[in-house]
Design a protein around this ligand. Structure first.
Ligand code: G4P
Length: 528
């Protein structure tokens, strides 16, 4: 195998998704510990007394108390070169979170064993499912009281519409959690160890070994054997189904105490695919092709206010990137050299000389890139399939406090929307004195307000609107303005003139459709 082939085949690029507090950061941190990328627990999270926080590209934003970024980390483990894409939780949730999933080849879904599937997981899962990428489930916090594992599997299947296969099975939970049964190896991994240790001590004992009875008690041993039998009667493992994203391998463990984390990482790395081929307008681009290609999945503006610079994040889709090499920016129609290519290696951001398919690099963007742009080896002019826009769920009516600032207001809103941080709409037949801003996560409103003030000198008047769902009008039986709309629905248009409706609840959609026979609505622009 050539070096190129070897380098690409050892890469694994995945996103971690979860509802806030399920343990995503803790799990990521344990991965980095095992990979030797960090030496101490707490380093990722940036706890008060710990070392620098790394899961955040935007230190400046953090000082301002606004963290808006999804971060990327690379580390090595047992010969694999792993790129983890973190997806921010809580109110930092934004379209970027969704876009990050476009750059991943698989996803790890972290679930809190006592809570099961929660709202944010459901949303992120939907995007992964849309891409048919493999989804691995880690049921965390088994050292606490957890739901019955069979019930958890049912919940995953019913709530998310994906089949599951338990790769291992927990032995007890809460204080009684002692380990997991490994179905493939038919042995039990007993764990003992304390939080913060580099690895939990792990001991393998075969299920039928009488020592198991001594270790966990006769009743629990019997229960385990019954559970294992019941699982055996269920569905079989099918790697093809995993690869198609239709079957999720499920692992149980406790990230905090290290129980089950390393067996999970090992099995997961064996099951996840190396960089996947991507579809472009000229056909499928093989990741292992020697020609470099990449697409921009995220743009981060204003890392450094003094320079007004932007950082474009590229997912390399094929071949090898070399620092000095010329590349072709397809949408811009010109050749260029990527400037200051950098990667986040666990704790530091480093300028890199080369990177391979599967890797994520950040490059300095003088304002030429847009989300979804393709960058190739000169001479190749294909475009990767675009990144979908995700429907906003929060809306505000926005205007400048000072009407004299109208020009800056228009410029700022348009530029920030072009970067993909917000989506802007207007009421048909009105000017730009007032826009309707739509976002996926409410923190984006604060960031927008902040940036309009600091970068464009415009103070905003913002009025929250009660809408939470958007639908584009594909077909209208009458002129859109004549539609029969109730007071909780509003007609808007985007800046390319597409008409759409915003609703205060999903039920209002049905109601509107019933009142307007012949009206056709779609969720995304792509479906128009
Ligand atoms: P997130 O990134 O998904 O939001 O979750 P994070 O890892 O920050 O974990 C959320 C809380 O859950 C943290 O506690 C963390 O210590 C705890 N946690 C994570 N994994 C486990 C686990 O396996 N078992 C138990 N019992 N707890 C777990 P916190 O009190 O919010 O923060 P901290 O002060 O402990 O850091």
């Amino acid at each position: 195998m050539s070096t190129l082939q070897e380098e690409i085949s050892r890469r694994r690029t995945f996103a971690i998704i979860s509802h806030p507090d399920a343990g995503k950061t803790t799990l990521t941190e344990k991965f980095l510990l095992y990979g030797g990328a960090i030496a101490q627990a707490g380093a990722v999270k940036g706890k008060k007394n710990a070392r620098a926080a790394v899961s955040d590209w935007m230190e400046i934003e953090k000082q301002r108390g606004i963290s808006v970024t999804s971060s990327v980390m690379q580390f090595q483990y047992e010969g694999f070169c792993i790129n983890i894409l973190d997806t921010p939780g809580h109110q930092d949730f934004s379209e970027d979170t969704y876009r990050t999933l476009m750059a991943a080849d698989s996803a790890v879904m972290v679930i809190d064993g006592s809570k099961g599937v929660e709202a944010q997981t459901r949303k992120l899962f939907k995007v992964c499912a849309m891409r048919h990428i493999p989804i691995f489930t880690f049921v965390n916090k088994m050292d606490r009281e957890a739901k019955d594992p069979f019930d958890l599997l049912d919940e995953l299947e019913n709530e998310l519409g994906i089949e599951t296969y338990a790769v291992n099975w927990p032995i007890g939970c809460g204080k009684e959690f002692q380990g997991v049964y490994n179905r493939r190896g038919q042995h039990i991994d007993f764990f003992s160890g304390v939080s913060g240790k580099r690895r939990a001590d792990r001991e393998e004992v075969l299920l039928d070994d009488p020592r198991v009875g001594e270790l966990i008690g006769a009743d629990r041993w019997q229960q385990l054997r019954d559970d294992v039998e019941l699982l055996g009667a269920g569905r079989e493992f099918d790697m093809d189904e995993v690869r198609r994203g239709r079957l999720s391998p499920v692992f149980f463990g406790s990230a905090l105490t290290n129980f089950g984390v390393e067996p999970f990482l090992e099995a997961f790395l064996q099951m996840t695919p190396p960089p996947l081929s991507r579809t472009a307008d000229c056909g499928v681009i093989d990741a292992f092709s020697p020609d470099f290609s990449a697409f921009v999945f995220k743009i981060q503006a204003n890392m450094n206010k003094a320079h007004r610079d932007r950082l474009a994040f590229l997912r390399i889709c094929s071949g090898k990137y070399e620092r000095e090499a010329e590349v072709f920016h397809v949408q811009g129609g010109r050749k260029l050299r990527l400037s200051q290519p950098q990667q986040l290696m666990a704790q530091e951001r480093e300028i890199i000389d080369e990177a391979y398919a599967g890797d994520i690099i950040g490059v300095f963007d003088p304002g030429i890139f847009s989300i979804g742009d393709t960058i190739t080896t000169p001479g190749k002019k294909f475009r990767f399939a675009g990144i979908p826009t995700f429907p906003p769920e929060h809306f505000s009516r926005v205007s400048p406090k000072d009407t004299m600032k109208r020009k800056q207001f228009v410029k700022g809103t348009e530029q920030i929307a072009q970067e993909g941080a917000i989506q802007i709409f207007k009421v048909p037949d009105t000017g730009m004195e007032e826009v309707i801003v739509g976002v996926v996560g409410t923190l984006q409103f604060d960031v927008f307000r902040y940036r309009m003030h600091s970068e464009y000198g415009v103070e905003l008047r913002m009025e929250g609107l009660p809408y939470e769902v958007l639908r584009y009008i594909r077909k209208s039986p009458v002129e859109e303005k004549e539609l029969n709309l109730s007071s909780d629905v509003e007609l808007l248009e985007d800046y390319r003139g597409h008409k759409l409706l915003v609703f205060s609840s999903p039920w209002a959609i049905d109601f509107t459709l019933r009142r307007n026979p012949g009206l056709e609505l779609v969720e995304t622009l792509q479906e128009l």
